[in-house]
Design a binder for this molecule. Sequence first.
Ligand code: ADP
Ligand code: MG
Length: 249
Amino acid sequence: MDASLKVSGLAYAYPDGTQALFGVDVTIGRGERVALLGPNGAGKTTFVLHLNGILHGGAGTVRVGGMEVDPRDKKALREIRRRVGLVFQDPDDQLFMPTVREDVAFGPANLGVRGAELERRVAAALERVGMAHVADRAPQHLSFGQRRRVAVATVLAMEPEILVLDEPSSNLDPASRRELAEILSSLDVTVLMVTHDLPYAAQLCPRSLVLSGGVVVADGPTHELLADERLMAEHRLELPYGFVVPQRS
Ligand SMILES: Nc1ncnc2c1ncn2[C@@H]1O[C@H](COP(=O)(O)OP(=O)(O)O)[C@@H](O)[C@H]1O
Ligand SMILES: [Mg+2]
C-alpha cells in the first residue's frame, strides 16, 4: 500500500534567495498521526505549502497516496488538492460562504459532486466535527472554536488522503481545545499537525518530527522526543510549566 505522504529530498529557496528547506525526507503511513514541531523560521510552513503544490520549483519530490505533486499538470494538481486537506491557521481564510452548509459543500461541488451524494458528504463531514446543528447558520456568527471545526469539515468533505493542520489549537479556549482534540483523535484519516502546543502533540500524535534550520533533526515517538532535554533545548522547544511528559502517547 502506498504511503499517505512520501517526501524525498525536498529543498526550496524563496525568490529572494532565502533557503528554507535543505533536503527533507518524510514518509507518513496511512492512518498515522504525526506532529511537526520546530522553532519559528524552521521551515514548517514552507514544507506544508509544498504538500499541495502551492510552493514548488525547488529540488525533490512529494507524493500523496502514491501520486506525484506536479504543478505543471493542472488535472493532477486538482486531485492532489483533494487528497491534501489543508486546514489553515485562521479559519476565516477558509470560510466565505453565507452558510456553514454551503462552505462545506463548496469543495466537493467544485469537483462535480451533486445531489444526494453532495448532501451525504456535507452531513457526514459536519457530523464528524459535531457541527451538524449549525449547518444553516452563517459561519461568522459562530465562535472561533466552532469556525475551526467547520474549517476541518470543509476539508473532510473532500475525503482527503491526509489532513494537514497548521496550529490547530492556537487561539482556542481550554474547552474548545479539548473538544477539537476529541474530534481529531476520533478521525480515521492520516493527520499531520504543525504545532507549538507540545502537550497537544503528546496527546494526539504517537509520532513527531522536529524540523529545524530546514532539515529534519528528529523523528520518533513523541514522548521520547519530548523527554530528550538536549534536543528540546537545541531547537527552542519548551514544555509548559509543570507539564510531565507521559510515558506513552
Ligand atoms: N515569502 C518568503 N520570502 C522569503 N523568505 C521567506 C518567505 N517565507 C518564509 N521565509 C523564510 O523561510 C524560512 C522558513 O520560514 P517558514 O517556513 O515560515 O518557517 P516556520 O513556519 O517554521 O516558522 C525562514 O527563514 C523565513 O524567514
Ligand atoms: Mg509557520
